[in-house]
Unconditional design. Structure first.
Length: 256
């Protein structure tokens, strides 16, 4: 289990939001924290502490008036920590190289791969041909519906018809280096982890997985270690003191 840091950027600012509140209309989201520092500040902090494989997520859609400001912040972060961060948000085969050339170790993709509610394998193969399997992270963030975890796209707003299970993980693992999985129903709420999802992920181990969502205490980290069999990496957002929460950054690093 490793700590994987995050830099979430919305409307040109580093923020922590409630994941399920994000809406493209009017670029709205319920905010837990808005940073006074820019994205490069956090990238330098992570670099100083030698923490790798964190993710920079651009939360505005490409038609947003804020998109260019958000993208500029992401590029500053990648430049401040070359090779140390992964970049996600609107990634396609046409622009993936821009982020890799800017310093991203990997690009993170969801929406381009999931079209009309299904896995678009033609798009997936096109993407892999541009990035290589070793530089691609698939974001399989999900929400519970009818007793199953369904992958969601378009900044967590649209359900696909794809259920996250071991078969899905097996199938997609041959195309990517890692998975990033937000438990969207608990993301940003600091009310505890999605235990059923962590158990599902902990019983599977072909490639690395980073889990995000609901961590708000060291007890949550202990539970994540146990349910995930110490194999699932973790991101902590709103609960971290860097983003106004109660969990001290240095203590998290020592604990994990």
């Amino acid at each position: 289990m490793e700590f994987r840091p995050c830099i979430d950027i919305h409307n040109g600012r580093v923020k922590q939001i409630v994941g399920s509140s994000l809406k493209d209309a009017e670029d709205e989201a319920a905010e837990n924290f808005v940073a006074g520092q820019d994205a490069a500040y956090y990238a330098r902090l992570y670099r100083k502490n030698k923490i790798k494989n964190g993710h920079v997520i651009m939360l505005n859609h490409r038609q947003s008036d804020y998109y260019e400001a958000t993208r500029a912040q992401a590029m500053k972060a990648l430049g401040a920590y070359p090779g140390g961060l992964q970049a996600g948000g609107g990634i396609t085969p046409e622009n993936a190289a821009q982020y890799l050339d800017a310093g991203a170790s990997h690009v993170i993709v969801t929406s381009y791969v999931f079209r009309d509610g299904r896995i678009d394998f033609a798009n997936l193969r096109k993407l892999v041909s541009e990035t290589g399997k070793e530089k691609l992270v698939l974001d399989l963030s999900c929400r519970m519906k009818n007793g199953s975890y369904y992958i969601v796209t378009d900044r967590w707003q649209k359900y696909t018809d794809v259920i996250l299970n071991h078969g899905t993980l097996d199938e997609l693992s041959s195309y990517c280096d890692e998975f990033l999985i937000h438990a969207v129903d608990v993301e940003g709420k600091a009310g505890g982890i999605e235990e059923g999802l962590v158990e599902l992920l902990g019983a599977w181990s072909r490639i690395p997985i980073t889990y995000a969502g609901g961590v708000h205490s060291f007890e949550d980290l202990t539970k994540l270690k146990e349910l995930g069999h110490d194999k699932i990496h973790v991101t902590i957002g709103s609960a971290l003191d860097l983003f106004g929460g109660p969990m001290k950054f240095e203590e998290v690093l020592s604990y994990i």
